[in-house]
Design a protein around this ligand. Structure first.
Ligand code: ZN
Length: 528
């Protein structure tokens, strides 16, 4: 007798192959058999007319601190996500250096739950243990963030590292990889990544390579210098001797829309020349990050307190103001300044502005857009989250259709007004882009969410429905699956995701969260 039997479903195995009809028997968290199952299970799920596929792997996620926020844990599960990759864009919660820990905490305040994070770790290993002890709802794998490593070594200083500082950074990446990180991530548009030269990144990428890790990058510039940034990522892959994952690939800023065709051609050429390069994407025309990122990197040197002091100093504020305004009304992250939507604010003072655009807030405050932005950063000690409308829908479609593209939500949960991708990414791809627009087949959509990211990560027991594989499974209705979360009303669960099993445990039952949190931390050191 099995623990769970899923009967009569159409199996999409994750490989991209067409679906077939079969039953699945699950025992002790593992798929025991696929075929005609005669015996029954403790629990039986009738999947007649539904599709059964591997649990989705969120290739690009930011659960690092929000996973400690225990009030809501089901926004990923209810999309069908069973494994998430944290530590992206250069930011991880570890390793910490006690002397710079507060600087990192303040910088990450916009994605930190108001309570529940005690930061009582120092090494990467201790952080992974803290995550394990928190009983996460999804399986979690982590990259180590170059930004966090650099902050530990030298704070927010805009200069090359000394010899001893680069050696210290290498030792931190080494500790992370030996503890089970899957690779190194960068966020080179953010500080302190923006202060790092390519050669510095290559030094750290080589450490990741020594342990079989890969290099994931939020590139230096996704706008005017998109192609230079792709070139840099390719060079780091070649010189570092490791595979490259381009994060949330896009072209930002109106004048750059359409350039993803050129960037994708460069990636095809790099692959043809022997570099294992892949990419991920979220299915929206807007991104989301810290509002602080609209400031020029020089104005962010030294950390949050220094930034606030600059915003309070008349001459420097004028310089920041004119530099931002010189960019034709768009921010350095792309998108019109007035269209920026505020997702989170730290203080009680400004809570009423959450969910409004800079244009709307400026009208309420009787200010110009730029002054609203600079004042919010000042008043909130930079702990402000934003959504920025920076992309073209046609580019989203071009990138998504590419065979190198896998799906990653880039989701940042907050109880405020988060980007809808935190609730809707996977159902949106399956409902809008597969069913409604016919961009590719259901099987191809599932491949981009399952076996492809599993291959990138080396998670050979996940991403494919096969006997002996981990029982991370989704049962969904292809006729109804769709996202419901919107930019103005984000806290909405999707439709059509009916059952989700994590390690054989039913976490979503008839569309509802069961309260089971059966996720585990997966360390790269446990593989093979
Ligand atoms: Zn990013």
């Amino acid at each position: 007798m099995s623990d769970v039997v899923i009967k009569n479903g159409r199996i999409i195995d994750g490989s991209g192959n067409p679906w077939y009809k079969a039953d699945i028997a699950i025992e002790d968290g593992v798929i025991r058999d696929i075929g005609k199952i005669d015996g029954s299970g403790d629990i039986e799920i009738d999947a007649r007319g539904k599709y059964v596929c591997p649990g989705f792997i969120d290739m690009h996620s930011h659960p690092d601190l929000t996973l400690f926020y225990k009030k809501v844990q089901d926004y990923k599960l209810r999309q069908g996500v069973t494994t998430e990759v944290g530590g992206n864009c250069g930011f991880t919660a570890a390793p910490l250096n006690p002397s710079t820990r507060d600087a990192l905490r303040k910088y990450m305040a916009f994605i930190t739950p108001p309570s529940g994070v005690n930061w009582n770790w120092q090494t990467f290993d201790q952080y992974l243990q803290a995550v394990e002890d928190s009983h996460p709802s999804t399986n979690l794998v982590f990259l180590v963030g170059q930004g966090t490593v650099r902050i530990a070594a030298m704070g927010f200083e805009q200069r090359p590292p000394t010899d001893s500082e680069i050696l210290y950074m290498e030792s931190l990446v080494k500790e992370a990889m030996e503890s089970g990180a899957f690779g190194l991530s960068t966020g080179l548009v953010y500080v302190p990544g923006a202060y790092s030269e390519t050669s510095e990144i290559i030094r750290l990428a080589k450490v990741s390579a020594d342990y079989g890790g890969f290099y994931a990058t939020h590139m230096r510039n996704e706008g005017d210098k998109l192609l230079d940034s792709v070139r840099e990522a390719i060079d780091i892959g070649i010189s570092g001797g490791l595979p490259v994952q381009i994060s949330h690939h896009k072209a930002t800023g109106k004048l750059n829309h359409g350039r993803v065709s050129d960037s994708l051609s460069m990636l095809v050429e790099a692959r043809n020349n022997g570099l294992d390069v892949t990419l991920d994407q979220y299915p929206y025309i807007a991104g989301s990050t810290t509002l602080q990122a609209v400031l020029p990197p020089w104005a962010q040197e030294g950390g949050v307190e220094d930034v606030v002091q600059r915003l309070e100093t008349f001459d420097i504020r004028c310089k920041i103001r004119s530099e931002i305004l010189a960019n034709k009304g768009e921010s350095r992250m792309g998108g019109d300044l007035g269209d920026i939507l505020i997702t989170t604010l730290a203080t009680e003072l400004n809570q009423r502005f959450i969910g409004l655009t800079i244009k709307e807030i400026s009208e309420l405050r009787g200010q110009e857009y730029i002054d609203t932005i600079l004042d919010l950063l000042k008043e909130e000690q930079c702990a402000v989250g934003m959504v920025v409308f920076s992309m073209a829908e046609s580019d989203v479609r071009v990138v998504m259709s590419h065979p190198y593209t896998m799906i990653g939500s880039d989701g940042l949960y907050s109880p405020g007004n988060p980007h809808p991708r935190i609730y809707g990414t996977y159902p949106r791809v399956l409902g809008k882009y597969v069913r409604e627009e016919g961009l590719f087949s259901l099987e191809e959509g599932v491949r981009k969410m399952t076996s492809f990211p599993a291959q990138r990560l080396g998670l050979h027991s996940k991403g494919l429905l096969k006997p002996g594989g981990d029982a991370d499974i989704v049962v969904f209705d292809a006729k109804t699956v769709i996202d419901k979360s919107t930019f103005r009303d984000p806290h909405q669960y999707p439709l059509g995701i009916e059952y989700v099993l994590v390690n054989g445990v039913i976490s979503v039952d008839e569309g509802e969260f069961t309260g089971n949190t059966a996720g585990r931390v997966i360390r790269s050191t446990q593989l093979s």
